[in-house]
Design a protein around this ligand. Structure first.
Ligand SMILES: O=C(O)c1ccccc1N[C@@H]1O[C@H](COP(=O)(O)O)[C@@H](O)[C@H]1O
Length: 203
């Protein structure tokens, strides 16, 4: 099994092409308040460049359901990642749209289980998403074998150790592959994907 790698917060053609060529499994576009925010029309142009084999993910934080549906439809993304307090009804509604669902839970929340809200993947993140601040990964609460992604403060330098310690199904990064806040560095994207998969022993 290969480690699933998602590169998030992409805003340019070069970002997308670099992530795809590096072998990322998923690319993310942020549609909520963030230095990485992108509008749905611009995202649609980038989504069109992404091969079918790579999952396109829209990232939302505390947005109304109708807004998420409308942005997801306009941009053409295939997965929705939610960072808010959405309830099971919210997930059930989105599931009818056919999107792959990713539920983000902050470290420190009650012990999360992948699928308990109907999500397809669970993302265990720092309390402030997209901050680039790492948390104590050794205290991760997700059971081995679940479809979960580790996120929060990952970089090309620390991702290997983080994977060895936590044995996630996948990893997700934004700040750690940037030259400055909101601006990706292609060399760091490539280095991150390579480092994440180098000698991985997965649980
Ligand atoms: O990146 C953001 O600005 C963002 C905004 C709102 C919700 C989620 C956001 N990013 C997610 O945060 C983690 C990665 O964070 P880091 O920068 O690598 O520490 C990842 O799940 C992004 O999708």
């Amino acid at each position: 099994m290969t480690l699933f790698v998602k590169i998030c917060g992409l805003r340019t053609e070069q970002d997308v092409d670099t992530a795809v060529e590096a072998g990322a499994d998923a690319v993310g576009f942020v549609f909520s308040d963030s230095p990485r925010r992108i509008d749905p029309a611009a995202a649609a142009r980038l989504v069109a460049r992404v091969p079918e084999s790579v999952l396109t993910v829209g990232v939302f934080r505390r947005e109304p359901l109708d807004h998420v549906r409308s942005v997801a439809a306009e941009s053409g993304i295939r997965a929705v990642q939610l960072h808010g307090p959405e309830d099971r009804g919210y997930y059930a509604d989105l599931a009818t749209g056919g999107w792959t669902l990713i539920r983000a839970a902050a470290f420190g929340d009650s012990v999360p289980r992948c699928g308990e809200f109907g999500e397809d993947m669970l993302l265990l993140d720092a309390p402030v998403p997209g901050s680039g601040i790492a948390w104590d990964w050794s205290r991760k609460q997700v059971a081995a074998g679940e479809r979960w992604l580790l996120a929060g403060g990952l970089t090309p330098e620390n991702v290997r150790e983080a994977v060895d310690v936590t044995r996630p199904w996948g990893v997700d990064v934004s700040s750690g592959v940037e030259a400055s806040r909101g601006v990706k560095n292609p060399a760091l994207i490539t280095a991150f994907v390579e480092a994440a998969r180098a000698g991985a022993v997965l649980g």
